[in-house]
Design a protein around this ligand. Structure first.
Ligand code: ADP
Ligand code: ADP
Length: 221
């Protein structure tokens, strides 16, 4: 499994949002996508997911174009959008069953129970999503993203809007999901990616400024 971006660009009208990005991500990598607001992170992630089309360049996921809506490929990718809308009126377990049915998962009850345990929602599983703290709501979002056991996990600003303790917990949770997956998550805060990433892609004004092992970034400080 790999993700490859080649000369990837996106313009919105005359405005360039992403310009000529090149990178290759491989199995087992946990990669931070770091840059200030407006740098082009969400735009890039949406192109990787095939949700928007590049103005130029290509994305390949395991050799395939994500825009072709290949079902096999969709099964391999979990995505948590920035400010992901959950269904506040739903109970946690009910919501996960709803998502699992969309994916047509087998042994869904067992799977939901496992995922609830992995993300630490045991005590919240019978509550309505709207009753949960932001940190727990974000766990529901992560549970949703991993429910179908994807090989690739793309998380857009998964720790934003959380307090420092909640951020810590969500980061540790993301780290625990690494296994053989490719995890790419965006943030505008260095310390967020520093804590758990092996590698950092730094983006500014739509351009990739650097692509380095975390160790090198730490040595710069
Ligand atoms: P980030 O995720 O790093 O905050 P975005 O990818 O959301 O950055 O945005 C990159 C640039 O593209 C910004 O200047 C933003 O205003 C612009 N942009 C994003 N989405 C759209 C859109 N749908 N239409 C027009 N401009 C957009
Ligand atoms: P444990 O379940 O004892 O914590 P595992 O090695 O089974 O240890 O899993 C490590 C972590 O990887 C889990 O806590 C969970 O977050 C995640 N994980 C394991 N298997 C899966 C799976 N099939 N789908 C999604 N996440 C998984």
């Amino acid at each position: 499994m790999f993700i490859e971006a080649k000369n990837l660009s996106k313009n919105y009208g005359k405005q360039s949002a992403v310009q000529d990005l090149n990178f290759h991500l491989g199995e087992g990598e946990i990669v931070g996508f770091l840059g200030p607001n407006g740098a082009g992170k969400s735009t890039t992630l949406k192109m990787l997911l095939g949700l928007i089309s590049p103005s130029a360049g290509t994305v390949l996921i395991d050799g395939k174009d994500p825009q072709e809506q290949n079902i096999q490929l969709k099964k391999q990718i979990g995505y948590l959008a920035e400010n992901n809308p959950l269904y506040p009126e739903m109970y946690v377990r009910e919501f996960l069953a709803f998502i699992g049915n969309i994916h047509q998962l087998k042994n869904l009850d067992r799977r939901i129970q496992d995922v609830i345990e992995w993300v630490g929602l045991q005590k919240e599983a019978h509550k309505k999503i709207q009753e949960l703290s932001k940190g727990f709501q974000q766990r529901v979002g992560i549970a949703m993203a991993i429910l179908h056991d994807p090989q690739i996990l793309i998380l857009d600003e998964p720790t934003s809007g959380l307090d420092p303790n909640q951020r810590d917990e969500i980061r540790n949770l993301i780290k625990s999901l690494q296994k053989d997956r490719i995890i790419l998550f965006s943030s505008h805060i260095l310390s967020e990616v520093e804590a758990i990433c092996d590698r950092v892609l730094l983006i500014n004004q739509g351009k990739l400024v650097s692509d380095s092992p975390m160790k090198e970034i730490k040595d710069l400080e």
